[in-house]
Design a protein around this ligand. Structure first.
Ligand code: ZN
Length: 174
């Protein structure tokens, strides 16, 4: 999939101290992330900054490689409830659902992606406690999108090409 960013969206593709999310086509977005061997204060600090950056960007999910950090850490907030998952892994899935996705690393671009409708995910929380979560609907979509980031996979790799379209994302900064 070749993505050409239209001129009027290029101002969204900045990366600096105030815009710490890497933007397509940065190589770091294609680099697989390594499992976290042990959850320490370092991951807790990472999670806290990821949650803050996700909120500032009005996102529902963010993966560490989007900040150039190749550790298997994601944060999600599909229904406003924030959650961190360390070493998340889909252990089973069922059904299929098609829904629209976008990505904080590809601002302005949206399209439909088919994914399993329900997933069971094993992960650790920010304290290193193991958990198993069953997710369906929007939560399942967001968690799968973010886990894909940990493998260097972007939604444009799975999108139904004919549904891709550009819309100006809402932003406080405009
Ligand atoms: Zn994304």
């Amino acid at each position: 999939m070749t993505i050409v960013v239209p001129d009027e969206y290029k101002y969204l593709y900045v990366y600096d101290k105030d815009h710490p999310i890497l933007k397509f086509p940065h190589d770091a977005l294609r680099t697989p992330s390594k499992a976290v061997a042990k959850v320490t204060k370092k991951q807790q600090i990472l999670v806290d900054s990821m949650l803050r950056i996700m909120r500032q960007a009005h996102g529902v999910g963010l993966a560490a490689p989007q900040l150039g950090i190749h550790e298997r850490v994601i944060v999600i907030a599909p229904q406003g409830k924030q959650m961190a998952l360390i070493n998340p892994k889909v252990v089973s899935s069922s059904g299929t659902a098609v829904g629209e996705e976008g990505c904080l690393s590809i601002p302005g671009l949206y399209g439909d992606v088919e994914r399993p409708e329900t997933v069971v995910v094993e992960a650790m929380d920010r304290k290193g406690r193991e958990m198993t979560l069953e997710m369906t609907g929007m939560s399942a979509r967001v968690v799968q999108h973010e886990i894909d980031h940990l493998d260097g996979v972007l939604f444009i790799d799975k999108v139904q090409a004919s549904t891709l379209h550009w819309i100006h994302p809402y932003s406080d900064e405009e």
